[in-house]
Design a binder for this molecule. Structure first.
Ligand code: 4NP
Length: 163
């Protein structure tokens, strides 16, 4: 079983989660079929759980989990450039897990944005879907308005995926 805060957005393709707390969580994530991990917390947040950032990245590697670190401050949203990097990276290979600290604010925002870009959902429907999967997802006005921005700039963002 994955950590109890984890959920599949689409089984075998994309999952969301809070911060993995230790080796048992990483083993469970790997055993669920996840192969790559998008890490959204900032360095100081990772260090709170893992001592330092390097220890965490080494632990991910020890479980053969590829990772992409795209730090986003708590209560904020990624930049459009970060989102493009994340969506492109998720496309590249097997099941991915996106995590922040609580698994609701930043993760919910990235998951909803992925649904807008990759599944053609209107922002409102992407928000409703991610909130049905993880109640409380998307925590701030900044995160909410980012989803509107993604919807508005959708064609530009899709073009950026191929640059
Ligand atoms: P998130 O925000 O990591 O963007 O989901 C947080 C949500 C909850 C907590 C921390 C950060 N928490 O400690 O409960």
């Amino acid at each position: 079983m994955m950590p109890s805060c984890a959920y599949w957005v689409e089984r075998g393709r994309l999952a969301g989660s809070c911060m993995p707390r230790g080796m048992d969580d990483l083993r469970a994530i790997r055993d669920s079929g996840i192969r790559r991990v998008v890490v959204l917390p900032e360095d100081h947040e990772i260090a709170e759980y893992w001592g330092d950032v390097r220890s965490y990245f080494e632990a991910l590697s020890a479980f053969d989990l590829d990772f992409l670190h795209e730090p986003v401050p708590d209560m904020e949203a990624p930049s459009v450039g970060q989102l493009v990097d994340i969506v492109r990276w998720i496309r590249e290979d097997g099941p991915a897990l996106v995590h922040c600290v609580g698994g609701i604010g930043r993760t919910g925002t990235v998951v909803a944005a992925w649904l807008i870009v990759e599944r053609d959902l209107p922002a409102r429907e992407a928000l409703a879907l991610v909130r049905s999967l993880k109640p409380g997802s998307v925590q701030s006005y900044r995160q909410l308005s980012f989803l509107a921005e993604v919807e508005e700039k959708l064609e530009k963002i899709r073009g950026m995926l191929y640059e």
